[in-house]
Design a protein around this ligand. Structure first.
Ligand SMILES: Cc1cc2nc3c(=O)[nH]c(=O)nc-3n(C[C@H](O)[C@H](O)[C@H](O)COP(=O)(O)OP(=O)(O)OC[C@H]3O[C@@H](n4cnc5c(N)ncnc54)[C@H](O)[C@@H]3O)c2cc1C
Length: 456
């Protein structure tokens, strides 16, 4: 498993220039720390933030090591959509974990939207956070049929979907409510949109203010037991080694390069996103007050947020991405676009949305990024069995924004010793790292993403 590609392409989010981009708090890497955090994405930054926020004068020495520029992984390249899953995977989760556990998974994600909101308000983070309604619009009966049937069936059998979930069953209404041409049905619920890079760099600024040491362009090459009976770890980088009691590995798609236990457990999966805007001389287009997922068929969907400046961030293009496994599966090359998918978004708003036909809306930026797909679709959170002091929060399966903050808070409580076990936190049990879960050989990520498409 390689380290992150050393020349990633820029994304629209990364066009915001942060003074932390290439930050190194000290000229050399500190030789000792209390906690080393690997990765400066949302997971690494939020964990470091929560460790230091409640430090109570302990002066915990936190060193954050980032392989590339700050927050240049998935968090700096995603769709900015904080969208909990209130129903779509509920039947899958119910089958695997039972109805109460499935409800708890939904509740955890739903709560995250409000947790992010609270954090943004408390820290006064300037990151374009907006609370919105997410509209899941189905334009194809092959995916609408089974999804709606499962929803109705579960409801009839007493499954509790959140009250916030609203189902629009009439195609005419679905098209009217959503503005999406050819809508057959829609679900809506509360979600949020955000500029993730601005949020993360704000949190990192806070950490630096509390004494953290951030070293960008400093890839961790290995983490090994110091073997001197002290229970400490040696974290090796090309710029020197850090000896530490605790390591939080927040490297998401690249986790297995440092922890081989995750070789077949977290697989990199490349995705594509773009920004669309109406040029200044273009015609006014209706402002979209909602965020969207548009589902075209099994595994084929886009996700979209509307920004207050009228521009749109849209990702997915699965019809093109899934044409060849080599385009996405186990692919960590975020220096290149995905063949075929690059032009998918041309004329996108005009094709799909009523009122945009003559807008002249155009793609202004397109980029790729690398997600960490988990073998059982659940994130991996907790202390590593048999490796005391090594903590993981990773494998968000392209769906980290409504999960990461809660996971980071829990890992920080473990690291600080406020709690001993994840059972004392809000993390749902399917996320916990256990020996038994690590032993399972089955990997359903490819099937979940691509269905029965042949892998060319
Ligand atoms: C194209 C795309 C679109 C997405 N859209 C959405 C969306 O709209 N909504 C949503 O919920 N989720 C979305 N996701 C998923 C979401 O972005 C991720 O779940 C989330 O950003 C993961 O955050 P993270 O901090 O765990 O990982 P990352 O942001 O990837 O951070 C990991 C960091 O670790 C660093 N690193 C890796 N290995 C090492 C090493 N050996 N040494 C030092 N540093 C290392 C990396 O460089 C990286 O900066 C999308 C992802 C992609 C790629």
């Amino acid at each position: 498993m390689p380290l992150p590609h050393d020349r990633p392409m820029p994304s629209y989010w990364l066009s915001f220039s942060s003074d932390l981009s290439k930050h190194r708090t000290t000229e050399t890497v500190p030789q000792e720390a209390d906690v080393v955090v690997v990765g400066s994405g949302y997971s690494g930054a939020a964990t470091a933030y929560h460790i230091l926020e409640n430090d109570d004068g302990k002066r915990t020495r936190v060193v954050i090591l980032e392989a590339r520029d700050v927050c240049s992984g998935a968090t700096g390249r995603n769709g900015g959509h904080v969208k909990p899953d209130l129903y779509f995977n509920a039947s899958l989760y119910e089958k695997r974990f039972g109805p109460r556990a499935a409800e708890a998974l939904t509740e955890f994600e739903t709560q995250q939207v409000m947790e992010v909101k609270k954090l943004v308000e408390k820290e006064q983070i300037d990151c374009d956070f907006e609370l919105v309604r997410a509209l899941d619009v189905f334009v194809d009966s092959r995916v609408a049929g089974p999804t709606v049937a499962a929803y109705k069936n579960m409801k009839a059998n007493g499954y509790h979907f959140p009250d916030d979930l609203h189902f629009v069953s009439d195609p005419k209404k679905a098209e009217q409510v959503s503005g999406v041409k050819g809508a057959l049905a829609a679900f809506s619920h509360t979600a949020a949109s955000i500029w993730p890079y601005k949020m993360v760099t704000h949190l990192l600024h806070r950490c630096l203010g509390w004494g953290a040491n951030l070293q960008t362009n400093t890839p961790v090459l290995s983490i090994s037991d110091l073997s001197d009976g002290s229970g400490r770890w040696r974290v090796k980088t090309p710029r020197g080694e850090v000896v530490t009691k605790k390591v939080v590995v927040a490297a998401n798609a690249y986790l297995s390069a440092l922890l081989p236990e995750f070789n077949d457990k977290i697989i990199p999966a490349r995705g594509i996103v773009c920004r669309i805007a109406v040029p200044e001389q273009g015609k006014m287009a209706p402002h979209l007050n909602n965020s969207y997922s548009i589902r075209y068929g099994p595994q084929e969907y886009d996700y979209l947020i509307s920004r207050t400046d009228g521009s749109i961030i849209v990702g997915g293009a699965k019809q093109k991405v899934l044409l060849d496994d080599a385009y996405w599966h186990n692919n960590t090359d975020d220096s290149q676009l995905i063949p075929g998918a690059a032009n998918y978004f041309d004329g996108y708003m005009q094709r799909l949305f009523h009122g945009w036909e003559n807008s002249g809306a155009k793609v202004t930026h397109t980029w790729t990024g690398v997600m960490g797909y988990s073998s059982d679709l659940m994130p991996w959170v907790g202390e590593m069995p048999g490796k005391p002091g090594i903590y993981v929060t990773a494998g968000f399966t392209g769906h980290g924004m409504p999960r990461i903050l809660g996971c980071a808070t829990a890992i920080a409580s473990l690291v600080r010793g406020d709690v001993q076990y994840l059972s004392e936190t809000k993390i749902p049990p399917p996320y916990w790292i256990t020996k038994d879960r690590l032993r399972v050989k089955k990997n359903i990520a490819r099937e979940y993403m691509a269905g029965s498409r042949p892998s060319l």
